[in-house]
Design a protein around this ligand. Structure first.
Ligand SMILES: *[C@@H]1O[C@H](CO)[C@@H](O)[C@H](O)[C@H]1NC(C)=O
Length: 459
């Protein structure tokens, strides 16, 4: 006990001193780099031309994929008493997915969906960036406002194929009742994802992505805009709002967290874990526990993150060489992150909320573009960029709204905690949905986004 006291007492004093210090001196925005270069070779000026783009995967790539699927080598069986997703992707179900991919999946049909909206590419910091740029019918809506919409991992812009039309014509899709506002949507592929090129140099972090997307918005004519994001999209748009608050009207997140950088934040996280029902207003947070979040959610579900944040190229090499491996790795996330309970099901509940064609489109984009490694490196750069965490600790001053989906494993924080790190104007706990909100519950997400933005536009 004497030994424990020797550790605990000084630790408590040090933590208290730290929080007393940051309360008096709140973290200030670090002086982050205003430019970067991730292209091949030495830095030069960007070619700022904007070129139209269409997805057009060569037939040979599709034939090669089918051949590899036919040659899939699987040597393990499910454990007799674990016919579920608890050991990872259930191999019995994986065989069905592979068969569907090989015999029923129609890439050209999915490609036509991807080509529904206008797409472009332009060079930013040496990287060819792909983006959707879709505009509503200007005669139908009183005001058109620009929105930067950012996806995450292991997704890509295909996740928005049901959400995007709602943003362009909210009345027709019944996500708004009045024809006051529609969005002009700019939805980029994060470099290294989807149809954007990958960075050729180290350092392409969330901060770099935020800076590049702000440049993209300016290039397409929008000095100031709204932002929406989940997963990496939420981190990138949050960093953008911290770095360039003067460029952001408002921020809408479907994954939000705040690090307890103030005494108040720490108090909520610690005391709120003991008596949540007395501290947090919404009953969804009455079982809040930061210990439970760490031991029951973060530890069992974040192994992928540790690998990708340290040696992304090693695991990625195997995934890029085997479509079956790639599908198992990516779709396991679409199971568990949609609902943690789906781990217990033999098919991971994958088709409860999505069709196999939808899911395999996400995977086929990674496969045909060959960029799973590039997408995974984004985790390593997150932890390598020494501006990232000081920036995360600074307050988001622009009005921010949070759509909290009940089955989103990484998004459990009560409004009271979030409000210590951001200008939280609204938090709504949705009736249903998980991590891939735009893909799974586009109506809930779009309705909340429109109500948030309408509220701000009225002021
Ligand atoms: C929050 O946003 C509103 C609206 O822009 C603004 O008036 C207010 O000052 C902001 N609050 C903080 C604490 O930044």
């Amino acid at each position: 006990m004497g030994f424990l006291k020797l550790i605990i007492v000084p630790s408590v004093v040090a933590i208290a001193a730290y929080f007393a210090y940051v309360t008096v001196n709140p973290p200030t925005t670090p002086d982050f780099p205003r430019n970067g270069w991730f292209g091949a070779g030495p830095k030069r000026a960007d070619d700022t031309k904007i070129s139209p783009f269409k997805v057009a995967v060569p037939e040979a790539t599709i034939e090669d994929l089918k051949k590899r699927l036919a040659n899939t080598r699987i040597s393990h069986d499910v454990l007799e008493d674990a016919n579920s997703f608890e050991y990872g992707f259930n191999v019995n179900y994986l065989k069905k997915v592979i068969e569907h991919w090989q015999t029923k999946f129609d890439w050209r049909k999915q490609e036509a969906i991807l080509n529904t909206w206008p797409q472009f590419t332009t060079e930013i910091e040496g990287v060819k960036v792909h983006y959707y740029h879709a505009k509503p019918d200007a005669k139908k809506y009183k005001k058109i406002v620009p929105l930067l919409l950012v996806h995450g991992w292991p997704g890509n812009v295909f996740e928005f194929y049901k959400f995007l039309p709602m943003l362009l014509d909210p009345v027709a899709h019944k996500v708004a009742t009045r024809n006051d506002i529609a969005f002009e949507v700019i939805a980029p592929s994060i470099p290294g994802y989807g149809f954007s090129d990958a960075a050729k140099k180290t350092g392409f972090s969330q901060l770099a992505a935020a800076r590049m997307f702000k440049k993209l918005m300016e290039r397409v004519g929008h000095k100031k805009f709204y932002c929406q994001g989940g997963d990496w999209g939420s981190i990138v748009t949050s960093q953008l709002a911290r770095m360039y608050p003067e460029n952001v009207y408002g921020l809408h997140l479907n994954m939000a967290s705040a690090s307890p950088t103030s005494l108040k934040g720490l108090f909520y996280a610690v005391v709120g874990s003991i008596i949540p029902q007395h501290l947090f207003k919404h009953e969804h947070h009455h079982d809040y526990s930061s210990v439970h979040l760490f031991t029951k959610v973060l530890l069992p579900e974040s192994g992928y993150m540790h690998i990708q944040a340290t040696k992304p190229d090693t695991v990625g090499t195997g995934l890029n060489d085997s479509p079956a491996g790639l599908a198992a790795y990516i779709l396991e996330k679409f199971s568990t992150w949609t609902n943690g309970e789906y781990r217990k099901l033999p098919d991971g509940g994958l088709t409860k909320k999505f069709t196999l064609d939808e899911l395999l489109t996400v995977v086929t984009i990674y496969w045909t573009q060959g960029n799973i490694v590039a997408s995974q490196r984004f985790y390593k750069e997150c932890f390598s960029d020494h501006y990232n965490f000081p920036m995360t600790n600074t307050y988001i001053s622009v009005p921010t709204a949070h759509a909290q989906f009940p089955n989103e494993l990484f998004d459990k924080q009560p409004a009271e905690i979030l409000a210590t790190g951001m200008n939280l104007t609204s938090q709504v706990v949705m009736p249903d949905g998980g991590h891939f909100a735009a893909f799974e519950q586009p109506t809930y997400l779009a309705t909340h986004l429109f109500s948030f933005v309408s509220g701000l536009e009225k002021k």
